[in-house]
Design a protein around this ligand. Structure first.
Ligand SMILES: C[S@@+](CC[C@H](N)C(=O)[O-])C[C@H]1O[C@@H](n2cnc3c(N)ncnc32)[C@H](O)[C@@H]1O
Length: 309
């Protein structure tokens, strides 16, 4: 089970995106020592991204499997503590390129409320620049590249009147420890994503969002009630619901449908009931972009591409 999870991650998420992680996860899947250690933590703490991020945060290497193995075994108490206390909180500003085609078409201005916001870097779609297959929108850094097919690229950035985030553990981009965790979660070869994180963090630090510690079911309605009434409320989330138990996902979907405004989700196809979906473009893991529960496009994990239906 744990082994197949690492193989699946290697083949469907890392292949073609991070050769280092692909090789490493295939090797972990064959290693009895590491599998036995992983079996000692709860199933949701055995996630490849979490293990790799924790080991890198502790100073371990992911370049060579033997060194990774020896570091992880020798430092298991610290690795285990990291797995138990942390969750994957990758905060990828690039996912705003997936939201923009929908955000640009809604009545402006917008009141953005992101659930599972991590450090809130998804709350600045109006400040980033975009390049959809050469079609440029906006100026400055970071520039979010997205290989969009099947739809015309958006022609404007949204107007944002209010931005707020909700997370079980909000991160602060001005705190060096939080920034180190966010960097450890970026895959090793992805220098462009590290540059993007720093550029997006500078934008957030200059105009910090309202970030609230809380649960996406228990605390959403109270935060939504703080949004200005003269803006279109947009509740959105990207790569969050896989961390939420199924019954709570259903409660969340029911709740968000009861709120005014719109709901945008970018999530794995198995976490929300979205009806029949067309076949994905290939065997890689694709998420589904949906507006108000209506599926619209397949999307890649870090915002690097989307196929509109
Ligand atoms: C993988 S991160 C994605 C962060 C951000 N949405 C992005 O795409 O860059 C998932 C985030 O969801 C948060 N989260 C998980 N369960 C949650 C819950 N029940 N309520 C609020 N936030 C939650 C985690 O703390 C984490 O920051």
């Amino acid at each position: 089970m744990t082994a197949s999870r690492y193989v699946d991650f290697a083949v469907r998420e890392a292949r073609g995106v991070s050769p280092l992680y692909e090789r490493l996860c295939l090797a972990i899947a064959r290693d009895d020592d590491l599998l036995a250690l992983l079996e000692t933590v709860p199933a949701d703490k055995r996630q490849p991204n979490l293990l790799l991020g924790v080991v890198r945060l502790l100073g371990g290497t992911v370049e060579r499997f033997e060194a990774f193995h020896d570091f992880t075994v020798a430092n298991w108490p610290a690795v285990e503590a990291g797995l138990r206390s942390r969750a994957t909180q990758t905060n990828e500003a690039g996912r705003c390129a997936l939201l923009l085609p929908v955000l640009a078409g809604l009545p402006q201005p917008l009141a953005l409320l992101e659930v599972g916001c991590a450090a809130g870097l998804g709350l600045y779609p109006d400040r980033y620049a975009y390049r959809y297959r050469g079609h440029r929108i906006g100026t400055g850094e970071p520039v979010l590249d997205c290989d969009l097919t099947g739809a015309e690229p958006p022609d404007r950035r949204p107007e944002v009147a209010w931005r707020a985030g909700l997370d079980l553990n909000p991160l602060d981009v001005t705190d060096p420890a939080d920034l180190a965790w966010l960097e450890a979660l970026i895959w090793p070869e992805h220098r462009h994503r590290r540059d993007r994180l720093r550029a997006a963090a500078a934008i957030a630090a200059a105009d910090p969002p309202l970030l609230v510690r809380g649960d996406l079911v228990d605390d959403l309605a109270a935060l939504a009630a703080r949004a200005p009434a003269d803006a279109t409320l947009v509740v959105f989330h990207t790569s969050v619901l896989y961390q939420v138990p199924p019954a709570r996902r259903t409660a969340f979907a029911d709740l968000v449908r009861s709120l005014p405004g719109h709901w945008i989700s970018v999530e794995a196809p198995d976490v929300l009931p979205l009806g029949d979906l067309p076949a994905p473009p290939d065997g890689a893991l694709h998420n589904v972009l949906a507006l108000d529960g209506r599926p619209l496009a397949w999307t890649r994990g870090h915002g690097q591409g989307m196929v509109w239906w």
